[in-house]
Design a protein around this ligand. Structure first.
Ligand code: SIN
Ligand code: MN
Length: 268
């Protein structure tokens, strides 16, 4: 999948691109059943919420080893539709995954992610430059009522803002406070809802302001996130580093796979 010059210019201007239904339903079905399987595992890197402790975030699906390993997600990460996309927008072929995760926003109960830039956290992981992007894969249809993401177009040009540590949900993260967001929202266009059918893919810059709301609907909203960094930009040592499932220390260059490998991973 070769991006056009116009798409690369749009990424530079807006900080994101969206590709409707890039994955086939057959591939999505495999990834959904893998998500279900991994969500039943008890391991570090699985976050739960609510009275019934439903899974909210599953980390480290892309490695060949470990309790949360998934061959199908490993192939998804290396596919031209994830790794290939990231290589083009970062203009670098030597990439690795800082982390992979699935966020399972459950029907009725699934909670919000406050406004943030991913690089708010990743800089504190010891990463110097914002040469990072996330590829988001919708495993279910995403709608405003089921808690789709919102992007603020062009906000990646703000560079990294000063964050506060948000502890309001099961998955704690560095986020932008109200004063910061009021200022940022006065400067940029209205946030856009990142909606689409299952199989839709978006790629977004690590300084893009984004958030998502509560899932008020009766259907689940599960999304996979592959967060790519350039090998050259791997983290420097920090005091008390976050665990490997969220701050990978496997900086080996990922080898591009081909588009048939998600289906093959399920067969094998
Ligand atoms: C994120 O920004 O990291 C996750 C947002 C979501 O899953 O809604
Ligand atoms: Mn994020």
């Amino acid at each position: 999948m070769q991006l056009t010059r116009a798409q690369l210019e749009a990424f530079d201007r807006d900080g994101f691109l969206v590709f409707p239904e890039l994955l086939a339903q057959e591939e999505i079905d495999i990834l959904l059943s893998e998500t279900e399987r991994v969500s039943r595992v008890e391991a570090d890197g699985i976050f739960r919420e609510g009275d019934d402790q439903q899974a909210k975030s599953l980390f480290r699906l892309h490695e060949p080893d470990g309790a949360t390993a998934s061959p199908a997600f490993r192939q998804l990460a290396r596919s031209p539709r994830c790794l290939g996309l990231a290589q083009q927008v970062l203009a670098d072929d030597a990439l690795y995954l800082h982390h992979s995760k699935v966020n399972m926003k459950a029907a009725i109960q699934g909670s919000t992610w406050p406004w943030h830039q991913d690089f708010m956290s990743w800089k504190l992981d010891g990463i110097e430059r914002p040469n990072m992007v996330t590829v988001l894969v919708m495993l279910h249809e995403a709608t405003p009522i089921n808690g789709c993401l919102y992007f603020i177009p062009g906000s990646h040009k703000l560079n990294r803002l000063d964050p506060y540590y948000d502890t309001s949900t099961a998955y704690r993260l560095w986020a932008a406070d109200t004063k910061t967001m009021r200022k940022a929202m006065a400067l940029y266009p209205e946030p856009v809802s990142v909606t689409g059918a299952a199989g839709t893919v978006a790629v977004f810059h690590c300084n893009l302001l984004h958030a998502s709301g509560h899932n008020l609907s009766p259907v689940d909203r599960w999304h996979a996130f592959m967060c790519f960094n350039t090998v050259a930009n791997h983290p420097q040592p920090v005091e008390d580093p976050r665990p490997d499932y969220v701050r990978s220390t496997n900086w080996n260059k990922l080898v591009l796979g081909d588009n048939s490998q998600i289906s093959n991973a399920a067969a094998g």
